[in-house]
Design a protein around this ligand. Structure first.
Ligand code: PLP
Length: 422
């Protein structure tokens, strides 16, 4: 077969883009070479519907070992007693949990998308908002923080079957204990979607959701620094509250219902090449080196947040506890769209983001979201965060001055050469 040079040239172009720029998208990271090697391996050729030891296909001995290792490492990393490593993505992990825990039309209560929640937590354009009855809680306009009394009030009012916590753009830690008491009052299952801060949680740098939440989902490619994928975890298995029985008439455990939610519920064959890459990433995340990494991610975010505040930028909630921050650009007379486009011109990648109570459309927005997971992998430290804020500020303050932007871009490219990637 002729080599598809068109695609390989584009991959090389993307690698060059990643190398020469400053990556600040909060959901992105750079995996290790061994993670990519596994993701590009012969395992992509194998069908393996089912679970290790219980497959619907022959020839699964090797992938059984790999998937079992991934499961065991995920459990060790998060202190879980059960894990499913098959979800193809974070959205798939959530879809599997929803299918397992809910009937169509059931009420759910999630964090508002426009306040930092995720599409899969009940957005009307997503399966979660179309198939179920979505209700939302949000942050306070004055503080940018969640008021847990209001979450409780809302839960008592709408009686959700599932309460979802976790977010895509919330820079503060969560009170899982309080949310569990709310869930218990209304008989809801509590799901934490820790896609963003899962690496920090795994290494004890934020509150532990597994202690209080029935079920936890995460992506594996953000702070966790693995391949693109999803994961579902439980600290303790529990009898399902739906009375679903096994063929022998025994009450099925939640673990078994969740496994079915993934396959055959929402997916077919698992991606064993990605599962192998997840196994490697989990092992990496258990290392001392990764511990140093997540500590630095947090330090870098705190330093960067402080540098933005010093320059008069308004951070939602005033700062950050994790790897990301959400910045309201209205006092700078800028939109998220202008910020994203301007910074794109200087090879600094961020994303525009709605801020709570935003009056602009999602295509324009009043804010930008920034995270430190990727630049920390690249080797940048606290002093570098100040320099990044300087470069961002220079660009935004001269967003109509092409010559000034050209100078910033040259500085960015020259600087990044000093932090080799791959
Ligand atoms: N959940 C949260 C909180 C997220 O931030 C994201 C992705 O940004 C997802 C789920 C979805 O993950 P994926 O893009 O892998 O489907």
């Amino acid at each position: 077969m002729k080599r598809d040079q068109l695609i390989f040239d584009l991959i090389a172009k993307e690698e060059d883009r990643q190398k020469r720029g400053i990556e600040l998208i909060a959901s992105e990271n750079f995996t290790s070479k061994q993670v990519m090697e596994a993701a590009g391996s012969v395992l992509t050729n194998k069908y393996a519907e089912g679970l290790p030891g219980k497959r619907y296909y022959g020839g699964c001995e090797v992938v059984d070992s790999i998937e079992q290792i991934a499961i065991d490492r995920a459990k060790e990393l998060f202190g879980a007693t059960w894990a499913n490593v098959q979800p193809h993505s974070g959205a798939q992990a959530n879809a599997a949990v929803f299918l397992a825990c809910l009937n169509a039309g059931d009420a759910i209560l999630g964090f508002d998308l426009s306040h930092g929640g995720h599409l899969t937590h009940g957005s009307p354009v997503n399966f979660s908002g179309k198939l179920y009855e979505p209700h939302f809680y949000g942050v306070e306009e004055s503080t940018g923080l969640i008021d847990y009394d209001k979450v409780e009030k809302k839960a008592l009012e709408v009686k959700p079957k599932l309460i979802i916590c976790g977010a895509s753009a919330y820079s503060r830690d969560w009170d899982y204990e309080r949310l569990r008491s709310v869930a218990d009052q209304v008989g809801a299952i509590l799901l934490a979607d820790i896609s963003h801060p899962s690496g920090l949680i795994a290494r004890g740098l934020l509150n532990d959701p597994l202690e209080y939440c029935h079920v936890v989902t995460t992506t594996t490619h953000k702070t966790l620094r693995g391949p693109r994928g999803g994961l579902i975890l439980m600290r303790e298995d529990f009898p399902n509250p739906f009375g679903i029985k096994t063929p022998k008439g025994e009450l099925r455990k939640m673990s078994s219902i969740l496994d079915s939610g993934v396959f055959p519920g929402t997916q077919g064959g698992p991606l064993e090449h990605i599962i192998a890459a997840k196994a490697i990433a989990f092992q990496e995340a258990l290392s001392d080196e990764y511990m140093q990494y997540v500590l630095q991610v947090k330090k870098n975010a705190a330093e960067m947040a402080e540098a933005f505040v010093q320059k008069g930028y308004q951070l939602i909630s005033g700062g950050t506890d994790n790897h990301l921050m959400l910045i309201d650009l209205r006092n700078k007379n800028l939109t998220g769209k202008i910020a994203e486009e301007t910074l794109g011109k200087v090879d600094i990648t961020i994303n525009k983001n709605m801020v709570p109570f935003d009056t602009k459309s999602p295509f324009v927005t009043s804010g930008m979201r920034i995270g430190t997971a990727a630049v920390t992998t690249r080797g940048l430290k606290e002093a570098d965060m100040k320099k990044i804020v300087e470069l961002i500020d220079q660009s935004l303050m001269h967003h109509e001055d092409d010559a000034a932007l050209k100078d910033v871009k040259a500085s960015v490219n020259e600087w990044m050469v000093q932090f080799p990637l791959y």
